[in-house]
Design a protein around this ligand. Structure first.
Ligand code: GLN
Length: 540
């Protein structure tokens, strides 16, 4: 019998519901169970693809090319849950599907309503990604209880908990226990939040209280008394000053997974925590630090490049250094001398992005990396910038550009496929999801992956313009990976630099705390080597 866990949140957003759900999934996997993680997003957008990173943070891309909520990235980093378009459910998708059925006449003239038609559609979609071997499905409901738009999701959860039965389904509710004047922890917001759950017909079985410190037993008992939750099922997610990857162990120490299994009537089994312990040991064993300047457009919001930042952190764990991030808004490089900001960095990373703003600042940063021979990593847009910079400053084509930013450029070194000649078999729309690239021998990229066959995910429209391939290569630029048919350039590298690689795909999506994405690992290793070499005093 499959088991089902719903994770909801109360009081306010940003309590770390995604990380808590992921940590629980990780712990259940440590006990040998196969989990399937699902995110329900109550917004009306069909997917996150069209949302501004300012509004919603990073768009996480799955192998099958779904543009999803960033929490799927957390699921991918913490668990082995299969993740595809089916693991991300939005109100937009649900309504689009129900309205489509209504138009086709599938409802045979009946009045189509939120209950049962919308809720049935949600229930079907929650059950759809479950595989034969799935033991436990963990469904995170986005937003907070009480939000108008999340009501159908809570109603679907209530019905599914009933359908699965008391011993096969659980409600885990995450709430805030704030500290108010004089270090007193306040339980009232939690009481209210659970009451709202109860009004919707869901009695939480487990509470995870987000608090600055570990809750004492009196506070836990008080919360338990007011909420009908067993005291042993009141847990604390306290502020962690080390890493979010400490959370699975913190929950394990509090016996969260044991209580979950007990309530779900799953026999207790050995927990193999080795990989999480190793991650935390590596964290503590790091020596020294390197500073990476990440130059992008949406820097005010950490979430906008979440997978990139996580992958840099994973690389630091693997290489054994603390990776300090200097997050630089590229427009600021257009307004002041680059030295002020770039002199402090040991390496430069330019991540993905869309639109014209800040592009010139990124080109300044890429020129800085090339001229100062410091490691450079360009991802998607960051690769485009590398090509434009080379074309302008090495080939002397002053107005070289991507047609994304200037359609009238005399040297469109990056362009849409339909603008290129002799390219067949590639559609004019976004290249999305997993595809193969073949690495050229004896390149940084081949070294990183230790194989010529690379499988990574794409999300872009513009490409390296093939008409310039020959002249770029002649001038020294290295094309280091191609699509299997050889038609498109997938990666480039700079000569005369310890490590400067630009890739058309997004390796950050597959990085994990226990196995950093190979290119991120080698980028940080190159920075470490480079800074150590620089530190060796010059001996005449
Ligand atoms: N804007 C560029 C494109 O559409 C790059 C996209 C990206 O960086 N993900 O091709």
């Amino acid at each position: 019998m499959k088991k089902c866990i719903f994770i909801s949140g109360g009081v306010c957003s940003s309590l770390g519901k995604g990380i808590a759900a992921s940590s629980l999934g990780a712990l259940l996997e440590c006990r040998g169970l196969a989990v399937c993680m699902i995110k329900c997003d109550p917004y009306i957008n069909v997917d996150a693809g069209t949302m501004s990173p300012y509004q919603h943070g990073e768009v996480y891309v799955t192998d099958d090319g779904a543009e999803t909520d960033l929490d799927l990235g957390n699921y991918a980093r913490f668990t082995h849950s299969p993740l595809s378009h089916a693991n991300s459910i939005t109100t937009g998708q649900v309504y689009a599907s129900v309205i489509g059925k209504e138009r086709r006449g599938d409802y045979l003239g009946r009045c189509v309503q939120v209950i049962p038609h919308i809720t049935d559609e949600i229930k079907e979609r929650i059950l759809a990604p479950l595989k034969e071997d799935t033991d436990i499905v963990i469904v995170e409901i986005g937003g907070t209880v009480g939000d108008i738009e999340s009501i159908p999701f809570f109603e679907a959860a209530r019905q599914l908990i009933h359908d699965f039965g008391r011993h096969n389904a659980l409600s885990v509710h995450l709430t805030l226990v704030p500290e108010v004047a004089g270090k007193e922890l306040k339980t009232k917001p939690t009481q209210h939040s659970v009451k709202m759950m109860q009004e919707l017909g869901i009695q939480p079985d487990i509470l995870i209280c987000r608090a600055p410190i570990m809750l004492d037993s009196d506070t836990r008992r008080k919360i338990a008394n007011f909420t009908n939750v067993d005291v042993e099922a009141v847990f604390t997610s306290y502020n962690v000053d080390s890493t979010i990857y400490a959370l699975p162990l913190i929950f394990y120490e509090q016996k969260l997974d044991q209580i979950v299994l007990k309530k779900l009537c799953v026999e207790s089994r050995h927990a193999d925590l080795l990989s999480w312990k190793t991650v935390n040991e590596r964290f503590n064993a790091r020596k020294g630090s390197v500073t990476v300047g990440v130059i992008g457009k949406y820097m005010e919001l950490r979430d906008s490049y979440q997978s990139v930042f996580e992958a840099l952190f994973h690389a630091g764990l693997e290489v054994g250094v603390d990776v300090d991030l200097l997050r630089i808004n590229s427009t600021s490089l257009e307004e002041q001398k680059p030295e002020a900001l770039l002199e402090q960095v040991d390496g430069i990373l330019i991540p993905g992005g869309f639109g014209q703003r800040g592009i010139e600042g990124m080109i300044i940063a890429a020129a800085w990396a090339r001229e100062h021979a410091i490691p450079y990593f360009g991802i998607c847009l960051g690769m485009h910038i590398m090509v434009i910079e080379w074309a302008r400053h090495i080939l002397g084509w002053n107005d070289a550009n991507s047609t994304e930013f200037n359609t009238n450029t005399t040297h469109p070194v990056i362009s849409l496929l339909e603008e290129q000649v002799n390219i067949e078999n590639y559609g004019g729309t976004m290249r999305l999801g997993r595809s193969e690239s073949i690495a050229t021998e004896k390149t940084h990229i081949a070294h990183a992956y230790k194989t010529a066959h690379i499988f990574e995910r794409h999300r872009h429209r513009y490409e390296f313009s093939n008409q310039y391939q020959h002249i770029m290569k002649e001038s020294g630029l290295i094309c280091s990976a191609f699509t299997p048919d050889g038609a498109l350039v997938e990666a480039i590298e700079l000569p005369h630099n310890p490590w400067a690689v630009g890739v058309q795909f997004h390796p950050e999506f597959k990085s994990k705390p226990m196995s950093a994405a190979p290119l991120f690992r080698d980028f940080i290793a190159a920075i470490k080597n480079n800074t150590q070499e620089k530190a060796i005093p010059f001996a005449p």
